[in-house]
Design a protein around this ligand. Structure first.
Ligand code: CA
Ligand code: ZN
Length: 293
């Protein structure tokens, strides 16, 4: 199996001009190692206040996928997420919902599906990928920003066992991922999850002759339409509209009936409230929408 590690394959922008670090065939399975979102600069000895802020949200890549053409869909099957043994949680000025004046950080041990927040408080893990995307057709987008190319979507459903569909904007897709979280809640209201290094195994495949405007995640029992916008209102409204239109297209139901079904059986959910664009998703169970692509 081919693998790629961050040593000389770390990007801080999704950029069509980034030099390619690995080339794969469509359908190939690879291992991708990642730094944490602070580029592993924070630990028991090193405070967040002293880090180089030019090196945050690293993603490992870019990976060129043969046969991927602009307008196609990249199908990312997420097989597994392996985590390092410790992670970092932080809150402070400029990130998170609370208007803190000082930074606070906590290093937590992560083992056997549990994060040890304190002697008394243990948190179950939900390992997930924060940053995952492809190069945009236009200007470079910092890895800390989510948009239609993917990026920093900080969405809990982007986890092992799920399939992420991304709109390909440039030939080869130029895929990259990073910013693993051992655990995170919807909203990511403090500004971080349990930020952690690790290794992800994915299969990268290409769907031709179909296109999507924004990322879609397929879980075992649902499709989620993911949209990032300057406000959460705009994000939720467009995600909902895309979901209702998809129900309408994929079933024989009218648009009105599709909206009824979305209203009674779908869920409008918040992914994150703290990145440069905010991310929402509309989740449609497969009982309504068995097949999408
Ligand atoms: Ca993130
Ligand atoms: Zn993160």
């Amino acid at each position: 199996m081919q693998s790629i590690c961050p040593n000389n394959a770390t990007i801080y922008d999704f950029d069509k001009n980034n030099p390619i670090k690995l080339t794969v065939n469509a359908g190939e399975t690879i291992e991708i190692s990642t730094l944490d979102c602070f580029s592993n600069q924070v630990d028991e000895q090193n405070s967040l206040s002293g880090i180089d802020w030019n090196h945050i949200n690293p993603a490992t890549g870019p990976i060129y996928v043969k046969d991927a053409k602009a307008g196609d869909i990249l199908k990312v099957i997420i097989h597994s997420i392996e985590l390092a043994e410790t992670g970092v949680i932080a809150v402070g000025p400029g990130f998170g919902i609370m208007p803190f004046e000082a930074i606070a950080q906590k290093i937590v041990k992560v083992d056997q599906n549990i994060a040890h927040f304190s002697d008394d408080i243990k948190i179950p893990l939900n390992p997930m990928i924060g940053v995952i995307g492809v190069a945009p057709a236009g200007d470079a987008i910092p890895t800390g920003t989510p948009d239609s190319h993917g990026g920093n979507m900080d969405t809990k459903l982007i986890t092992a066992g799920s399939i992420l569909y991304l709109p390909i904007a440039v030939d080869g897709a130029l895929f990259a991922l990073g910013d693993l979280h051992a655990a995170m809640g919807d909203g990511e209201v403090g500004g971080t999850g349990i930020e952690i290094a690790g290794k992800v195994t994915v299969t990268l495949d290409v769907i031709h002759d179909q296109s999507i405007p924004h990322p879609i995640i397929e879980t075992k029992d649902a499709f989620a339409f993911i949209v990032s916008k300057p406000t959460i209102d705009e994000a939720i409204q467009l995600a909902t509209k895309l979901a209702i239109e998809a129900i309408h297209r994929s079933t024989k139901l009218s648009l009105h009936e599709s909206a009824m079904l979305a209203s009674i059986a779908g869920n409008a959910e918040i992914s994150q409230l703290v990145d440069p664009l905010l991310t929402a998703r509309f989740v449609v169970p497969k009982s309504i929408l068995p097949q999408l692509l």
